[in-house]
Design a binder for this molecule. Structure first.
Ligand code: UTP
Length: 291
């Protein structure tokens, strides 16, 4: 029997330099797409995939995230006193059950691999998910739930992947593919941010992972990779050969909300996907499209 994936890590320790000045005093994960912070989309996606325990790896200046997932007594009382039941329900639903949310600090932003490694004792010896909130996915069935379906068959390490233009391989972890049926690819190697001329494929990892705990042992080595950072890609790559590694071409659209253009596009796409905003969004686009 495959062990159930019950825990998810949310690394939120990055500096968000591409989004300054917005991220000077506020974490980029609190940027709202339409009316919901990025981190809440990620947490809802995790819950929809059956995740029970949320682990945040934070850094300095990230306390707004802790406040967001906590009770807000004044606000809740005010909403109750004014009879705003819908809004009250919305605010109360955000708060996880007691003991189901944990925070640890990364102390220094040494890279994504380092952030994930910081959660090792909170995860223990069981498979776990990692979600990067700045990668937002619009999909009928949430991306992590699609991955759980496939993980039931593959086990091992499973990441969400998408094909990118050849000239963009230097922005992603790239799979060295051994077999590929068009939906699921198996990898014999991984390279972090390769130049297009040396990239083994154009199949790129996006910020959704289901990982075997042996990845922690590899990250224990604290080896620095591309950009001088401790890379999650390298930790995963070193398990290949012992642990199967698959990439799933998920159904849906991914937006890079760590970049300004990706964030803007996500706002447009999410507004158009909502019945309450679609008409307004279409009118606005029609007006500005002509300029
Ligand atoms: P990014 O590469 O987007 O880096 O990290 P960043 O620092 O957040 O943003 P920029 O590039 O300066 O604008 C990818 C993901 O890894 C997390 C980030 O929070 C983000 O979700 N991360 C990155 C950490 O948690 N810790 C790190 O040391 C680095």
């Amino acid at each position: 029997m495959r062990r159930r994936v019950r825990k998810a890590i949310f690394p939120v320790g990055g500096l968000g330099t591409r989004f300054l000045p917005a991220t000077k005093a506020m974490p980029k994960e609190m940027l709202p797409v339409v009316d919901k912070p990025l981190i809440q989309y990620a947490v809802e996606e995790a819950r929809a995939a059956g995740i029970e325990e949320l682990i945040f790896v934070t850094g300095r200046g990230k306390s707004a995230i802790e406040d967001h997932f906590d009770h807000s007594f004044e606000l809740q009382e005010a909403l109750a006193a004014r009879g705003k039941k819908d809004e009250l329900g919305l605010v109360e639903a955000i708060v996880p059950k007691p003991g189901r949310i944990a925070y640890t600090r990364q102390i220094e932003p040494l890279g994504l691999g380092h952030a994930v490694w910081c959660a090792r004792s909170l995860v223990g010896d069981e498979p776990f998910a990692v979600l990067l909130a700045d990668d937002l996915v619009l999909a009928d069935r949430p991306c992590l739930a699609q991955m759980m379906d496939v993980y039931a068959e593959t086990g091992g390490n499973l990441v969400a992947v998408m094909d990118v233009p050849k000239e963009h391989t230097n922005r992603y972890g790239i799979l060295d593919v051994v077999s590929d049926d068009g939906t699921l690819a198996e990898a014999k190697g991984l390279v972090e941010k390769p130049k297009p001329e040396v990239a083994p494929s154009t199949l790129s990892i996006i910020g959704r992972y289901i990982l075997h705990p042996e990845v922690f042992e590899q990250l224990d080595k604290q080896e620095k990779g591309a950009g001088g950072e401790i890379q999650l890609t390298d930790g995963m790559a070193r398990t290949i050969g012992r642990i199967p590694f698959h990439g799933l071409r998920f159904k849906g659209t991914r937006f890079d909300c760590g970049s300004k253009a990706g964030f803007l596009e996500a706002n447009v796409a999410f507004a158009l996907s909502r019945a309450d905003l679609k008409g307004d969004a279409q009118d606005i686009l029609a007006r500005y499209g002509k300029r």
